[in-house]
Every structure is written in C-alpha cells, then in structure tokens.
Design a protein around this ligand. Structure first.
Ligand SMILES: [Zn+2]
Ligand SMILES: [Zn+2]
Length: 272
C-alpha cells in the first residue's frame, strides 16, 4: 500500500504547511491543530494508487492517476447540442443524437464535464456510498473547471441540485448533487436554491432500469416548493452523472411548470 517514501514526503509536506501558519510553532492554534489531526488521519497519499503524493486540496488523487490514459476524458465538441452526448469524428454544424430525436426532454440542453469512465465511476462510487468524502475537491474541481466558464455572467437566475428523497439522504448522510451545486454556485455567483425542488415519493434506484423504466420511474417525482414563481427565469439543474437524462428532465419539467423559460443541466459525468 503506502511506501516509505510516501510517508516521508507527506511528512515533509505537512511540516511545510504548518510553517505557513500565522502563529508558527503554536500547535494549539485551531488551524494548526486541525491540520495536524487531519494529516495524521489522512496522510498525503493518493487514494487511488496508494503510492504517489496527493493532498487534501487535490482530493487525494495524484497527477499520475489523473493523467493516466482513459481515466479522465473531458467532454469536448462535437457533441449533441441537446443532451451533450460526445460524438467521435468531425461535424460541421449542430447535431442531434438519435437518443434525443424521439424523446421529449424538458431541459433545453445538458452538458457534462467528463465522460463517466470506469475510473470516474469508481471514485464517485467510493465518494457516494463508501463515505470517502475526501474525494470531494477532486470531483467538484472537475465540474467547476468545465461549467463555471460557461455559466458565469450568462444571466442564469438559480442553481438547483437534483434532490434525494429525504430518507435516502439520511441513509447516505449527504446529497452529492448538492455538494456539486454548492461549489458551482460559489464559483459562478449564481444563487443556490437547494430546497426549491422537492422529491415527492421514494423512487427506485435508476441504475438497474431500462431507458423506458427510468422515464416511468421518475415521472412526476419532483415538485416545486409551494409559492416558488420562476416566470421568465433561466435555471441550471446539477447532478452527478447523466445517463438517459430521465431524472434531470423531470426536474427541468418541474421548473418549467413553475414558469422557467430556459433550463440547462450540468453534470460531472456523462455516460456514453
Ligand atoms: Zn495516484
Ligand atoms: Zn442527444
């Protein structure tokens, strides 16, 4: 697992950070004390390869793991102008994929930061279900890097994460879509409205369902909080992964029934 070199390196990095404290040499200063406790619990080692150095700000994913072929594939044009599905090859004009051609989607367009590669899904799974929250800066960073330039200053009125059913949120202790949306709101200045869309009932997990079943499973699952009026507004829906778009489309539909003029979707990952 952790090589001796890794321990030495992480120790040196810790000491370097401590020396940046405004009260050097005071282990009782709150920031220093937190840092010491944190670094003892979580040494500066990549939590993917377990060998190379990676710190808290990097979400404990090292440069080599990020750079390894096939791990991170950023979504770049050309892609379907509706659902954001990347298309291999050259295209001259706007294109719509066959997935979108025969469906009614309530969002105007969906975009994603990276392709949902096995590497991304594995890290996301550990973060969501394995309580490995230290991956947050890595995952959030990918979304913000791609979405913030596209959203900042473009006149969006609000950001809403796809809500979990309260029961499921209590089991998991957090909503990953909310963490992503909060970071994006902070980076772009778009107001975050986590309570405005609510889940009506407990739906089945989408992962094991077919496309048709997914659409049925979430139909009518989201409602806007009473009294929310969005007439003529433009909203952004945030989720972790877009697969068929059934869930985000339903959230967009709820926003549109409250009067939203335009709804776009941003997700961290895009299943291809
Ligand atoms: Zn690594
Ligand atoms: Zn499409």
């Amino acid at each position: 697992m952790l090589g001796r070199l890794g321990w030495v390196k992480s120790g040196v990095a810790r000491l370097k950070r401590l020396s940046l404290c405004r009260w050097p040499g005071s282990p009782w200063h709150p920031d220093c004390a937190t840092e010491v406790v944190w670094s003892l619990l979580y040494p500066d080692v990549c939590q993917v390869c377990g060998v190379r150095q990676a710190n808290r700000e990097e979400g404990y994913v090292c440069g080599a793991c990020r750079g390894k072929a096939g791990n991170l594939r950023r979504v770049r044009a050309p892609f379907c102008d509706r659902c954001g599905l990347p298309f291999a090859g050259a295209l001259s004009g706007p294109f719509r994929c066959s997935n979108c051609a025969d469906r009614e989607l309530h969002f105007d367009h969906a975009r994603a930061a990276v392709v949902a590669t096995p590497f991304l899904l594995d890290v996301l799974h550990r973060y969501k279900y394995g309580r490995q929250r230290w991956f947050a800066p890595f995952l959030v960073g990918l979304l913000v890097e791609a979405a913030a330039p596209a959203l900042t200053g473009a006149g969006w009125d609000g950001l809403v994460p796809v809500p979990l059913h309260p029961g499921r949120e209590a089991e998991r202790e957090f909503n990953q879509a909310l963490e992503l949306a909060a970071a994006l709101a902070q980076a772009t200045g778009i107001p975050l409205r986590p309570q405005w869309v609510q889940r009506r009932g407990r739906t089945r997990t989408q992962a094991l369902l077919t496309r048709e079943e997914r659409v049925k499973n979430v139909r009518g699952a989201f409602v806007l909080r009473e009294g929310c009026r969005l007439a003529g507004q433009r909203w952004v829906v945030v989720d972790d992964v877009l697969t068929t778009g059934a869930t985000t489309s339903e959230v967009a539909g709820a926003l549109k029934s409250a009067g939203a003029r335009e709804v776009c979707v941003w997700t961290l990952g895009r299943a291809v």
